[in-house]
Design a protein around this ligand. Structure first.
Ligand code: DC
Length: 225
């Protein structure tokens, strides 16, 4: 077993996990790991290969074939498929709509869980996702559940999409898509999104990014600070 440390951060879409994890990682010199991007890559590859994402057997067969190269780069674990970085191709509304059904498939989850656990060999990590505190690294002494109101989460996601030029959806459309994903993510059979026993819940609706980051840093085990 690696002695490296893992800070685990779960929560629904738009709760601020990415911004918080990146900042915490940069402050401590821990590598940032975006586990959702791995589910998005699997989804993207299913769509590229014409796989019906509502067919678990077809999704499982596709997931077995996708080779994802993971390597530390600029403070994060970067992913490559066939030597290419997926970039914003995995951030489209189409991927948003198909990622939750793909993430219900056990073979997909098992593969990604194994990839994530293997990343501790690269160093100390801040890992964000939906099942990091409950299933991937349940023994970490630094586990957080980040949440915010649906309105705040939708507003953040919409702003992000417009700023990045990914899409120009209304706040209502973004909220509907986000709530649909939350419903699938938190009711699925394998590793559903839920607050883990012992994880610290932080509601970021009325907090600034700095305040959330401070709360996380203050709650770390004393010898990690
Ligand atoms: O965080 P995100 O929106 O990029 O995640 C994309 C999808 O992947 C989302 O529907 C939930 C799923 N996911 C998951 O099931 N488990 C994780 N650890 C991370 C993401």
């Amino acid at each position: 077993m690696s002695e490296n440390r893992v800070i685990a951060i779960d929560g629904p879409s738009g709760a601020g996990k990415s911004s918080v994890s990146k900042r915490v990682g940069a402050k401590l010199g821990y590598l940032h790991v975006d586990s959702g991007a791995l589910y998005r890559i699997m989804t993207w590859q299913c769509l590229v290969r014409g796989v019906d994402t509502s067919d678990p057997a077809a999704v499982a067969a596709c997931a077995e074939q996708v080779e994802i190269e993971c390597r530390p780069e600029n403070g994060a674990i970067a992913y490559y498929v066939g030597g290419e970085a997926p970039g914003d191709r995995i951030r489209t509304p189409e991927i948003n709509a198909h990622a939750s059904p793909v993430a219900t498939v056990k073979a997909v989850r098992d593969r990604i869980t194994a990839l994530l656990r293997g990343m501790t060999r690269y160093g100390n990590l801040v890992v964000e996702g939906r099942d990091i505190t409950t299933a991937v690294f349940p023994d970490s002494p630094a586990r957080f559940y980040l949440t915010a109101s649906a309105e705040a989460r939708a507003a953040r996601r919409q702003k992000e999409e417009v700023e990045k030029g990914i899409a120009n959806q209304t706040a209502e459309a973004v909220k509907a898509s986000l709530l649909a994903r939350d419903a699938i993510d938190s009711t699925r059979k394998y590793a559903p999104l839920r607050k883990a026993d012992g994880a610290l819940e932080i509601d970021s609706t009325n907090l600034t990014l700095d305040q959330v980051v401070e709360t996380v840093l203050n709650a770390l085990p004393d010898d990690w600070k």
